[in-house]
Each structure stands twice: as structure tokens, then as C-alpha cells.
Design a binder for this molecule. Structure first.
Ligand code: MG
Length: 270
């Protein structure tokens, strides 16, 4: 099931996405797509209302409002190598604040303090329930589903500052969407689903989740050893090789097999 969060006529709701049959080159879904508005929210049992809205009549929002986004750095060996790093012995975890989150189609505002902002296509895990000290064999149980993320990074600032808070935490640096896919088979993720980044329609990254150094369950164990995760929290699982710069006016799109496409435009902060 695909669950989107959206606004329509000034109110915000969740809905089950029906009828999406893949995407065109600009990230727009092919075919007639509707949202069946749900009663309640997706973190508990809910009912479909039967009230169906066409996708083009609503504005998609970030599919969840995370209390925190926990990023994982250098979780693909080829990407670590392209930036001159080894794969670390212990996963590198960092935060992106809730204020960095934007939704599908929202602009990425190029920060004033950087001259080198990069895209990073990533599979995002959406947490479904409050959890801490999760054992490996229970890790799958705390996942609501998966969405696409762009871990937008001010690379020059990341190299210059020991903590990555500014480099990866600036406003608009965490596009999420277009919706949460709740039925992606974990075995398929382990075997490898494709994740791709395009800029202005040109492919820049093409990776496979089979190349993750640490699996999603291992990352959940590592993170929840230290902190409680809340419903709606998000884990970014790292980016494959091929990162590179974004410029004012660029259209950047992250596409993940079985989920969809998250597209955003880069603008100068006005
Ligand atoms: Mg990243």
C-alpha cells in the first residue's frame, strides 16, 4: 500500500494512493492516480473513507513529519571511496532536523554559506512505532514503510566543519516522498532494488540497495541502542556512488524501484 500525505482546500489528510503505473521522465505518475482519503492516520489501524481525490487536485506534502531524521554516512563502499574515505568500522550517524524536511515539488533553497551543494539519492525508512533497544530479529516490526529521500549536502561545509549539522541540516536539505510504500519486501531490498538520481533528466547516480554495507535491520539496532525512535521518524540509509553538484534552476529527481519518484527544483534563497 502507498500512503501519501497531502493538503486539499486548506486541510491536511492522509490517503491511500491508487492507480499509479510508474512515472514519466519528469517524475509525474502515468495514468489516472487517485487518493482514497483515510480516517485517522497511518500509525494505527485506519479505515478508507471512500472519498477519492485525483492526485492532480491535491498538493503532496512530506509523507511524514519526523521528530528526527537520522542519517547514515558512508554506507555504500564506492561512495565512501569517491570522497576519499574508508568504510568506517562503526556506522556514521548524524541528524537532519525536522525543519530540513520538504515534500515532493517543494524547492530546495541553495544556502547562502555554500558554493558546493550535492544531491544524494537515498532509500528512507519510515518508523511505525515507538521503539528502543530493538533486537535484530524485531527490526522489521518497527518499520511502517519506505520512501525516497535526497540527503542534500553542502559538501564544502561538510569538509570544513567537524560536525555535519550545518552541512546536512540546513532548511530544505531533506526532500522526502512522494509517499510511503508499506509493502516493499525486505528480502527484495536485501537482494537489491535500484535507486537512481537524475539532474535535469540526466542520470547521475544508479545504485542498488544490495551494496549497502550495513543492512536496514543492523542500522535500526545501532540507532535504537542509543535513542528512542518515534512513529514517523526517518532513517536515511546512505547514498551510492555518483554524487555531484546542484545549481540554481536544476530539477533533481530520486527514483527508487517499487516506490516512486521524488522531484524537486533548486532555487537561490531569495
Ligand atoms: Mg547521505
Amino acid at each position: 500500500m502507498r500512503i501519501a500525505r497531502f493538503s486539499v482546500d486548506g486541510s491536511v489528510a492522509f490517503g491511500v494512493v491508487e492507480g499509479s503505473e510508474g512515472f514519466d521522465g519528469a517524475g509525474a505518475p502515468r495514468g489516472e492516480v487517485t487518493l482514497d482519503v483515510i480516517k485517522g492516520h497511518p500509525f494505527a489501524e485506519f479505515e478508507r473513507s471512500g472519498r477519492k481525490l485525483p492526485l492532480d487536485k491535491v498538493r503532496l506534502l512530506p509523507p511524514v513529519l519526523p521528530n528526527k531524521v537520522v542519517g547514515i554516512g558512508r554506507n555504500y563502499a564506492e561512495h565512501a571511496a569517491e570522497l576519499g574515505h574508508e568504510v568506517p568500522d562503526v556506522p556514521v550517524a548524524f541528524f537532519k532536523p525536522s525543519t530540513s524536511v520538504i515534500g515532493p515539488g517543494d524547492p530546495i533553497a541553495y544556502p547562502s554559506f555554500s558554493d558546493e551543494v550535492h544531491y544524494e539519492a537515498e532509500l528512507a525508512v519510515v518508523i511505525g512505532r515507538l521503539c528502543r533497544e530493538v533486537p535484530l530479529e524485531r527490526a522489521q516490526d518497527v518499520i511502517l514503510g519506505y520512501t525516497c529521500a535526497n540527503d542534500v549536502t553542502a559538501r564544502d561545509i561538510q569538509k570544513r566543519e567537524n560536525q555535519w549539522s550545518r552541512a546536512k541540516g540546513f532548511d530544505t536539505s531533506c526532500p522526502l516522498g512522494p509517499w510511503v510504500e508499506t509493502e516493499l519486501d525486505p528480502a527484495r531490498i536485501a537482494d537489491g532494488i535500484a535507486l537512481q538520481c537524475t539532474v535535469n533528466g540526466e542520470q547521475r547516480q544508479l545504485g542498488s540497495t544490495s551494496d549497502m554495507v550495513r543492512s536496514i535491520p543492523e542500522l535500526i539496532v545501532h540507532i535504537t541502542e542509543a535513542m528512542t525512535l518515534l512513529p514517523g521518524d526517518v532513517i536515511l540509509t546512505g547514498t551510492p556512488a555518483g554524487v555531484g553538484p546542484l545549481h540554481d534552476g536544476d530539477e533533481v529527481a530520486v527514483t527508487i524501484e517499487g516506490i516512486g519518484t521524488l522531484a524537486n527544483k533548486v532555487i537561490k534563497r531569495g
